[in-house]
Design a protein around this ligand. Sequence first.
Ligand code: CP
Length: 302
Amino acid sequence: MKNRSLVSISDYTIDEQLKILKLAAEFEKNPRQKILEKYVVASLFFEPSTRTRLSFESAASQLSAKIIGFSEAGSSSVSKGETLKDTILTVSNYSDIIVMRHPHEGSAKYADEVAPIPIINAGDGAHQHPTQTLLDMYSITKTQGRLDSLNIAFVGDLKYGRTVHSLVMALCQFNTTFHLVSPTELKLPSYVKQHIKDKNLAYHQYTEMNEVIPQVNILYMTRIQKERFSDPIEYERVKDAYILRLSMLTNAKENMKVLHPLPRVNEIDEDVDSSPQAYYFQQARNGVFVRMALLASILGVI
Ligand code: CP
């Protein structure tokens, strides 16, 4: 993976993805290592973030890299009209790798085309979020002991939820049975569904969540992505479509875990947080180790 960008989850083979998960487990055991002290990581966030930005920066800091960047486009020269190309070419002069989040689909691919250094896609619009996918795969492996042959439900905004798109694509490699729960208007895009069909895997679509809960190993909740709606009335209509409450977990499988890429708005009631099924804050913690593994692999120190 040395010097290789990560724009889409399919940029890395299944063996490479599994290698990242294995390395992440090593970093979890021994996170403070001075292996990136010669490197500068640029963290360019044109869109808000808490977990992705701070876990990347924590991962880089714990491995002794230097970090430069910005957390909103308004504090960069983009606010003066600078193009993405010029920003990327400029920052490439100052750093060894760029972690970038951007509101436009395809922006990470474009950045990779113009950059002389590797790009890590930290989320491009409603398209993909491949580093979240790797930490989700790590979280599933840690809690279920395997990735193969699981029943996994995705609940909420499957249309705009970029974490769903890249995770579904990754799980197509592992004989997953998919349970897709969404309002009719927020179904999984057909290009993502095509990946499931291409692998001849089973998928079931629902508009209600209750009947799905007892069937699954992982319940992957998502936020309705308000910022992607062009019509606020449409958002108001679907925003509370699914709210997971503790009482709804009574018939869940013994080892079922609730994942959520976070932030949540109100799709998981706080009464779920203390249940044995709640795993979303540990999931966010896992992001640090996965991102350590990615930085070390792409910078070629491992
Ligand atoms: N999961 C995720 O992408 O969270 P942030 O938007 O806080 O980075």
